[in-house]
Design a binder for this molecule. Structure first.
Ligand code: SDX
Length: 393
């Protein structure tokens, strides 16, 4: 089988999978989507174009781009019955289970696009998800604040439409805010894929059973919810708020981390792969300065974050463990400045990661050799033993 890595003797082979989509060099801090460096895509591309690149493998021509964007525009509306779906959730529900439930429910409303081996149905479910996830996310927000849902306005682009459905009001005209939507588009690009991370591996694993795209993406959303993965951007804000509540005392907090107090981690630091600076964090840090500056948000939490980063990068405890800022360290500050509540930050991560999840699901189903083989295990339990009647135990 391709991709099997032979570990030290005594270990079963751990199946790695092959993929053409994203390349990461953790030590060199390199990230490329289909061969293109993240720094170039961040500076020159846009989220729709990067979604096309990840899913189809090439940058689109103008005609391919326009057709792709138009196909997505045609699917931004939700089925009217799906809108009622939100009525059933408590208002204070966390938006991530709302998102995963609504995406799973798409397979009940759109039964004409579930077959993973019918090319037309795969195209239809692809554009439906890319178009509808922003609408679902905006509706989850409106439900949480008790405001009316806004229908999509297809004269706007995908990111503008999402921003309008989230922060717009039926009674008020909506002005596109280019600072916000440009920054949001960039953040979506930076989150769009990341090789075999926890949530993407989940999408591939669920998809390997030939579950439909909606079911597989719903599973990925649930995996992303975890605080060590996609939930970290919210956890960073909670960490910074906690330090601020203690008078901004960064030194004391760092000592608590080094003493390994239960539940005390430097959230937004460290990475399974990057043992150097996460290239996305460098780009986001620059954006944070720009966006917060333009929004006039002189957020004291940014000052705490900068002091925390400076302290950690010069402390042997973190340097020895190769703990550097990851993609989540600064994103939360930007999302907060944009007006999103902390518990919506992971929803924004999911919106960005969606094209990567879709690309991996399609790649794995297009080439059976790339299906994740059933992970093997090393059995460490009891040897065979005989049943004992309860009175003899
Ligand atoms: C994402 O995989 C991906 O690509 C994910 C992602 C993506 O785009 O999909 O990049 C998105 O999930 C980014 C990571 C977001 N999570 C966080 O910021 C949560 C805080 N970080 C960690 O929990 C941790 O760093 C991990 C889980 C991200 C990575 O852990 P590692 O590299 O496997 O390190 P480890 O758990 O084996 O720990 C090694 C040492 C340990 O200390 P010792 O036992 O050696 O003394 O480093 C310590 C850990 O205690 N450590 C930390 C730490 N992370 C690791 N100590 C304090 N704070 C931290 N954040």
């Amino acid at each position: 089988q391709t991709g099997l890595v032979t570990l030290d003797p005594g270990f079963v082979n751990t199946a790695a999978c092959e993929s053409d989509i994203t390349y990461i060099d953790g030590d060199a801090g390199i990230l490329r989507y289909r061969g293109y460096p993240i720094e170039e895509l961040a500076g020159k591309s846009n989220f729709i174009e990067v979604s096309y690149l990840l899913i189809y493998g090439e940058l689109p021509s103008q005609q391919q781009y326009d057709a792709f964007a138009e196909r997505i525009r045609k699917h931004t509306l939700l089925h009217e019955d799906l809108k009622q779906f939100f009525d059933g959730f408590p208002r204070d529900a966390h938006p991530m289970p709302v998102l995963s439930s609504a995406v799973s429910a798409l397979s009940t409303f759109y039964q004409d696009s579930l077959n993973p081996f019918d090319k037309e149905q795969v195209e239809l479910s692809t554009v439906r998800l890319l178009a509808k996830l922003p609408t679902i996310a905006a509706y989850a927000y409106k439900k949480s604040v008790g405001q009316p849902f806004l229908y999509p306005d297809n004269s706007l682009g995908l990111v503008e439409n999402f921003h309008r459905m989230t922060f717009g009001f039926p009674a008020e005209p909506y002005e596109v805010d280019p600072v916000m939507t440009k920054a949001l588009d960039l953040l979506f690009i930076l989150h769009a894929d990341h090789e075999q991370n926890c949530s993407t591996s989940t999408v591939r694993m669920v998809g390997s059973s030939e579950a439909n795209l909606f079911a597989s993406i719903s599973a990925g959303i649930n995996a992303l919810f975890g605080p060590l993965h996609g939930g970290a951007n919210s956890a960073v804000l909670e960490m910074l708020e906690g330090i601020r509540a203690n008078g901004g005392d960064v030194d004391t907090f760092v000592e608590r981390v080094k003493n390994k107090e239960p539940g005390v981690k430097l959230m937004g630091f460290g990475h399974r792969v990057y043992k150097n600076y996460d290239p996305r964090a460098a780009i986001i840090k620059k954006t944070a300065d720009e966006v917060l500056g333009k929004l006039g948000a002189n957020d004291p939490l940014l000052d705490i974050a900068l002091r925390l980063e400076e302290k950690a990068l010069s402390d042997d405890y973190f340097v020895e463990r190769k703990l550097y800022p990851n993609v989540d360290f600064y994103t939360g500050l930007i999302y907060k400045a944009m007006g999103f509540p902390t518990k919506f930050f992971t929803v924004l991560f999911a919106l960005g990661r969606l094209p990567g999840w879709i690309a991996h699901w399609r790649e794995m189903l297009e080439d059976p050799a790339r299906k994740i083989s059933r992970p093997r295990q090393v059995y460490t339990g009891y040897p065979e033993r005989s049943y004992l009647e309860i009175g003899k135990r």
